[in-house]
Design a protein around this ligand. Structure first.
Ligand code: HMG
Length: 388
């Protein structure tokens, strides 16, 4: 029998400010139900100028390290499409901030919203070769679209930290994957732009097509039957996409979609918005933490989509005792203690700090958590740990 490999810690962080989509609807003079029902979103998480993919990752990672320590961790894979440097991995900034052991490898991976899934699969493969080692997988992104664009309501920000090891405490990751890639321009961000280009309606259609193609490949590879799954978690650019995806998959297998298999996974994303590569894993945390029943032994179907595009359908099985390792109370507190900002404050936070080319830019103290970007000095990012 092969040794189970999977996830032993699942932690998320999102900034403490948000703009309510009702505020955005009022500003644009449109029906708020377009957002709450039409795309299934209530709030957009807003990072301060002293928060970025590294500080959000640090906040998400801190409880994982507090619970598990660093023994056996030899690799950190940082998945993001909103990286802070074209050369140096955000994982190395995180390494310094968190005082991680020196004998570790770090790499940053990118393929739009898909890259955390590549990171997770690479982590499982590494642990399969070295069952005594552990891997940290970080997914962290700031989803930012142009003001007044059709993507504006689907912005968001957040990070997920996962610990991958043998004999996992929360989820065993299945060994069968269905994968699909096609070269398309549905969403992309050239190096000279801080916001993406996108063809919104086309992107949603390609997402649904990729779901079917990845599912068929998963079935061809000997994957589980549709009926074996208790829950499905989808990449959620906005929560209604999960409903649409689930109905589309049910149609492909010739059955009626059961909304209850998807709805628990939408709860957190509705409150945070798209967080690109962290989004599927936020849906996974939401699925596990908001379920009233015990999911021990349940099979979960996971669909990862990254524009451009690459997609993967794979499965995970919930292991006994998983509830003891979830961080539901912490996550509930993070969401509950956030503050709404008015429209003008939202647009001010949206703008990048002025003077990025100056010798030194000190960031305004806007982060509420332990970690912040204190300054950029001589083009070097200086992070601060304010202590627990
Ligand atoms: P839009 O033009 O603002 O909205 O674009 P719409 O007019 O299509 O309306 C949206 C829905 O609201 C429609 O429902 C309307 O009927 C409904 P649907 O036809 O879809 O069933 N609606 C209402 N419902 C109730 N009451 C009302 C009302 N009015 C309208 N009063 C769009 C929406 C998602 C296209 C836009 O927000 C967008 O372009 N977003 C960015 C791109 C995106 O999220 N694409 C998703 C797939 S690609 C992906 O997931 C990858 C990604 O995460 C990036 C990566 O991989 O890195 C984006």
């Amino acid at each position: 029998m092969t040794q189970p490999i999977g996830i032993s810690a699942l932690s998320f962080h999102t900034p403490h400010r948000y703009v309510a989509l009702a505020t955005l609807a009022e500003h644009h003079g449109i029906d708020p139900e377009k957002f709450s029902r039409g795309i299934g979103q209530d709030k957009i998480a807003l990072p301060g100028h002293d928060e970025d993919v590294v500080t959000m990752a640090a906040e998400a990672l801190a409880p994982v390290l507090a619970a598990h320590g660093t023994d056996g961790i030899d690799t950190l894979i940082f998945a993001t499409e909103t990286g802070i440097d074209q050369s140096k991995s955000a994982g190395i900034y995180l390494h310094g901030l968190m005082n991680l052991p020196a004998n570790m490898r770090h790499v940053e991976v990118k393929q739009a919203c898909y890259s955390a899934t590549a990171a997770l699969q690479m982590a499982c493969a590494h642990v399969a070769r070295h069952p005594d080692r552990k891997v940290l997988v970080i997914a962290s992104d700031v989803a930012r679209y142009d003001l007044d664009s059709s993507g504006e309501a689907t912005q968001g920000a957040g990070a997920v930290a996962m610990l991958v090891e043998a004999d996992p405490k929360i989820l065993e990751i299945g060994t069968v994957s269905g994968v699909f890639t096609e070269d398309i321009m549905d969403f992309w961000r050239p190096n000279h732009r801080s916001t993406p280009m996108f063809d919104g309606k086309y992107s949603a259609l390609r997402y649904l097509n990729a779901l079917v193609e990845a599912w068929r490949d998963y079935q061809a590879g000997g994957g589980r039957a549709y009926e074996d799954f208790a829950r499905f978690c989808y990449h959620l650019p906005f929560s209604r996409m999960g409903d649409k995806a689930h109905r589309h998959l049910a149609k492909e297998v010739g059955t009626r979609a059961d909304a209850a298999a998807v709805t628990p996974g939408l709860t957190y994303n509705r409150q945070i918005g798209n967080c690109y590569t962290a989004s599927l894993y936020l849906a996974l945390i939401s699925t596990l933490e908001t379920a009233e029943e015990d999911l021990t032994g349940a099979h979960l179907g996971l669909f990862s989509y990254g524009s451009g595009a690459t997609a993967e359908f794979f499965d995970a099985t919930v292991v006994p005792g998983y509830r003891d390792h979830l961080l539901g109370a912490r996550h509930g507190e993070i969401l509950k203690s956030r503050a709404a900002v008015p429209y003008d404050a939202y647009t001010a936070l949206w703008q990048s700090p002025k003077g990025a080319d100056a010798a030194r830019v000190d960031m305004p103290e806007e982060a509420a958590g332990r970690f912040r970007l204190a300054a950029i000095d001589d083009h070097k990012r200086i992070y601060a740990d304010r202590g627990a």
